[in-house]
Write a protein that binds this ligand. Structure first.
Ligand code: ATP
Ligand code: MG
Length: 250
């Protein structure tokens, strides 16, 4: 149904290093997220009123807007954690609204990473285990999963904290574990909901820099909901949501 379904995975992988170069990709392959007419209500409260959203491969997009505007609701839908009442959604070439539950879980585990303000780290496991576990669920054998988790924790600057449990880590360190965890299955897209909301300004800056490093080094597409104008200013594009619709694009 969606044109981007024509783009097979093999082709994406083969051309992945060229993902930002439109010469190598027809228009419909460049878009990694295409949402059209997304509507969502909770009871009688209509939260999303026909939202269109697109993101290109390797783009970092900020979504801003007042509290209650519908930002998190939209992010949950784009991240396939929640389904809209109406509209269409293609993510990384897949018409996700028509996948069965098992296919959808597998797709999400493979292609999408999430970073939330409340980190949702498993408190009884250390940093390394928190990153290793989703890799095991993603199908990597134990040794490879641990090696990859160790490498990613190194990339976010936590090589010296592998055996610390979340309660033994600072807020910024916990957030970096959450980012390493979100990246462990090589997601095509990272969704972040107020990722630096409860951090001091220095840690906040480090986390912000990390998102852009990741995009530059690994080519991830990043969609960030934020109230922080300094983070939004760093992004390629900022969309402002008001009362369930985008009102502004820069
Ligand atoms: N599961 C739910 N059931 C009922 N109402 C909900 C539910 N989730 C969100 N809402 C309502 O939908 C509206 C939009 O919520 P949402 O969390 O998307 O806002 P937001 O833009 O992310 O706000 P904030 O900046 O405060 O995080 C709010 O009025 C909220 O109360
Ligand atoms: Mg929110």
């Amino acid at each position: 149904m969606q044109p981007s379904r024509d783009c097979g995975r093999q082709r994406y992988d083969f051309f992945s290093e060229y993902h930002t170069d439109s010469v190598f990709f027809p228009y419909f392959c460049r878009m990694i997220i295409e949402a059209k007419g997304i509507e969502k209500s909770f009871g009688t409260l209509k939260v999303l009123k026909g939202v269109d959203f697109q993101a290109e491969r390797g783009e970092v997009v900020a979504i801003m807007g007042a509290s209650g505007a519908g930002k998190s609701t939209l992010l949950q839908i784009l991240g396939t954690l929640s389904t809209p009442d109406a509209g269409s959604l293609t993510v990384d070439g897949t018409d996700v609204l028509h996948l069965g539950q098992r296919e959808l879980s597998a797709f999400r585990n493979r292609r999408i990473g999430f970073v939330f303000q409340a980190h949702h780290l498993l408190p009884e496991f250390d940093a390394l285990e928190n990153v290793t576990i989703p890799a095991l669920i993603g199908g990597l054998p134990m040794r490879a999963a641990r090696e990859k988790a160790t490498r990613l924790l190194g990339e976010v600057g936590l090589s010296a904290r592998l055996t610390h449990k979340p309660s033994e880590l600072s807020g910024g360190e916990q957030q970096r574990v959450a980012i390493a965890r979100a990246l462990v299955n090589d997601p095509a897209i990272l969704f972040a909901d107020e990722p630096s909301g409860n951090l001091d300004s220095k840690t906040k800056e480090e986390i912000h820099r990390l998102f852009f490093d990741l995009r530059d080094r690994l080519g991830q597409t990043v969609v960030i909901v934020t109230h922080d104008p300094s983070l939004a200013a760093l992004c390629d594009r900022t969309l402002v949501m008001r009362d369930g619709q985008f009102v502004d694009a820069q």
